[in-house]
Design a protein around this ligand. Sequence first.
Ligand code: NAD
Length: 327
Amino acid sequence: MSNQEKIVVCGAGGFIGGHLLADLRRQGFTNLRGVDKKPFEEWYQKFDDVENMVLDLQEKPACDKAVAGHDIVYNLAADMGGMGFIELNRALCMLSVLINTHLLMAAKEQGIRRFFYASSACVYAADKQTNPDVTALKEEDAYPAQPEDGYGWEKLFSERMCRHFSEDFGLITRVARYHNVYGPFGTYDGGREKAPAAICRKVITAKLSGDHSIEIWGDGHQTRSFQYIDDCVYGSQAILNSKVVTMPINLGSSEMVTINQLVDIVEGIAEIKLDRRYNLKAPKGVNGRNSDNTLIKKLLDWEPSISLREGLEKTYRWIYDEIKAKG
Ligand code: NAD
């Protein structure tokens, strides 16, 4: 891809959108636009050499403005968060359907060359994720459909919409199913944070306060894989640019751990041991989830490979500095 290409990142004020823009700048792209609903001061990463627009992309006229004059659209905008948010805000999650629908319509009308949609492992059928010792999820496991209620249904429907805009209107769309992404410059408190950031925050708070205990959601035996942000950013661009990835594809790590093991790693980084309290009433999602990377390895000859330990060290340091700076 030429670095003269005009690229719009929707959700640029968020975690993944901010990192994607940072990476595109590093590669020398100069025609970049970032769009988000949040006031610009609240964006995680702010770049003065990017055209920054504050727009509510649930509105069609805002989507028209967002994509105008551009070639490539990344749709990373969604009302979302960790399990604590998505299990309690299903309607809000489903309203993100307006963002992708209106962006697709605007992209089609304005002749956008390629369109990327950030889907999620939450599209996968719940009955394939009942056991912590889960078989990694393959792309075909999304059907027959039984996704996460609310958030997952919205993702599955929007994936489908991308497919039909391609088939019926010739718009080139690419869909990645992200499995948990973590890293610096993301949410670590306030209710929308995900497990790696939440665990880092809790361990740091325990260390700084001297109260050496930690609350863990669920029994700690639930399994997940966690993908470091750099792999996600690289993989998203590889998927967008691919000629052969035409259907939704997993973008996730296949290094599966229990939540207890995740806590072990963060405790190791912090050089501390905490008393664990398990909150069995807290939202915890499915019992087991991992990414089967057979397809991405076959089509892109690549898969996410940054180790959890390495990624968590960087994430821990960033959250530590943020908490210290806030006092
Ligand atoms: P994020 O919440 O940090 O970023 C999303 C951004 O979208 C936010 O800045 C938010 O203000 C913006 N947004 C929400 N509604 C908007 C609207 N109406 N108009 C304009 N902007 C709006 O989330 P993220 O972690 O960066 O996730 C990016 C995408 O990846 C989302 O679609 C998310 O569902 C998907 N995803 C993320 C993960 C993960 O682990 N982070 C996993 C699976 C899928």
